[in-house]
Design a protein around this ligand. Structure first.
Ligand SMILES: [Fe+2]
Length: 216
């Protein structure tokens, strides 16, 4: 497994896709589920900040998977037409997304009932999501690198930005840097367009920190 630092590649090269935003977003999902698991096993999943952390996680996951399902996988499907093994991988990506939803619902239901089973439900979600993210990183990203271009990838990032809108970006940017070392956060923020970086500095970051997500 690469380290987080290696997952943040500052410079974009003209002939290779830079997957930094995919990696740091996946790491954000893993980080949040680790925090949820810790709160659940301590019996503190009722904390309002844990609940808000969970809602934030679900919102960011929904945006991420929706844009992959609506933009990325269909585009990739066109590029690998006639290649059965690659098409099977895309079928797997879509199938893995669809099994995450029942896990999210099971966690929601266990939280609502204050069910002692919550810890087990969180672990099932973690296993399902981590398995999917790792599969995507190991097999789908290399395929994307092979058959798509940096310009295609800019299209995907544009679709993500349109889905998030400015309000979603206001949450996504500080959510990404949450828990990163200051060096990695600075390195990653330099990839953001200057206006977003400025907005984050003067407003988004402070607002996000005040929410104190996942504290209990
Ligand atoms: Fe992804």
């Amino acid at each position: 497994m690469t380290t987080e630092t290696e997952r943040i590649v500052t410079a974009n090269s003209p002939d290779r896709i830079n997957f930094t935003e995919m990696y740091v977003t996946h790491d954000g999902f893993r980080r949040d589920l680790e925090r949820l698991a810790a709160a659940a096993s301590a019996g503190r999943a009722d904390s309002p900040q844990v609940r808000e952390g969970w809602e934030t996680f679900k919102r960011q996951l929904h945006v991420h998977h929706t844009v992959e399902d609506e933009w990325l996988w269909p585009k990739l499907r066109q590029r690998v037409a006639g290649r059965p093994d690659d098409l099977a991988l895309l079928d797997a990506m879509e199938a893995e997304h669809s099994v995450i939803d029942p896990h999210l619902e099971a966690v929601d239901a266990a939280m609502a009932r204050r069910d002692p089973d919550l810890t087990a439900k969180v672990e099932e979600l973690r296993a399902g999501l981590d398995g999917h993210l790792s599969h995507e990183e190991t097999d789908a990203l290399p395929l994307i690198q092979q058959v798509m271009t940096p310009k295609d990838w800019a299209g995907f990032r544009g679709a993500m930005a349109r889905k998030q809108k400015l309000g979603g970006a206001a949450e996504w940017v500080p959510w990404i840097t949450d828990g990163m070392s200051p060096a990695d956060a600075g390195k990653w923020l330099r990839r953001m367009p200057p206006p977003l970086r400025l907005l984050n500095k003067v407003s988004w970051e402070g607002r996000y920190r005040k929410r104190n997500l996942w504290s209990w």
